[in-house]
Design a protein around this ligand. Sequence first.
Ligand code: PMP
Length: 353
Amino acid sequence: MSKYWNERVQRLEPYVPGEQPKDKKYVKLNTNENPYPPSPKVIRAIKEAADDRLRLYPDPEAEQLRAALADHYHLSPAHVFIGNGSDEVLAFSFMSFFSPEKPVMFADITYSFYKVYADLCALRPEIIPLDEAFRIPVQDFCRPGGGVVIPNPNAPTGRGITTESIRKILEADPDRVVIIDEAYVNFGGTSVVPLVKEYPNLLVVQTLSKFCALAGIRVGFAFGSPELIDGLNRLKNSINSYTIDRLALTGARAAVEDLSYSRHMAERVITTREQAERSLRELGFQIIPSESNFIFITHPDYEAEQLFNQLKQKGILVRYFHQPRISNYLRVTIGTDNEMNQLIAAMKKLLNH
Ligand code: PMP
């Protein structure tokens, strides 16, 4: 605490990102990064853009990138908003669409940044418990309220929700905004971007961080009705007009124009995930069905926290959450085949198999 902090900052409980360790080289399976490099076309485009044009501000409207995304999804650029990573898009969305008078609903086990944004905006979250198998209880999200946020697939469980269920939640109260966070949708889920023309209260948030292996350039998007996108622009232009730098804009556009590369890499991740799931089940792990580039695992005979610490000592980083209901789970990002083999070999030793 500091006497210089205002009351708002004193009250904050900031999000804690997964470790980016500097002490030694780890097999890093803790922050859901893509194990493969971005498209070579992205690297080339960024290198070519690194010249004296950097003295100029970037395009505040990100027009070319929005046009490329709109093209891909058969929308108009008026349906697209670009942010500095989807975390920024989510923060702007909480600030733009939710109010303290009515509760904003999200699950008890979900991306922990939602609670941080809700507190930052002095909102009243209504926390909806997932069922015993960590599925979204759709009926509970159909109650009227001030807004809904659901990742599809959910994090850290990896479980998806059907398009039919999302439609039900959207239709239950057309006066509130429903945010579907599709950070991981390209690893086996089904996107609801095509629904944005049908539902003016739907905002779909995506990122280049995972699918396009570009966590390092920080680009995220939102797709929604022009009125939602206008709201986000009003807010953005009241904070910082130039949220995306020139190199990121150029790289992002190259990535969107080469999505077949990312699809190919995502196929590899999915194949590796299925193989890792089989091996971990043989060791007695239980695994939540995943549509994502990570798996959520628990073992009936071994404590997750202890396994987390033992793996770290062996140079393998996974993610552990000290949180009710999931304190005996580990979230493991899918790495390369070689990285997953190292994880499984380490687990075999720890479990005396
Ligand atoms: N949503 C979810 C569910 C996530 O797990 C993450 C990554 N931590 C994000 C959004 C944010 O991703 P980024 O800011 O890199 O786009």
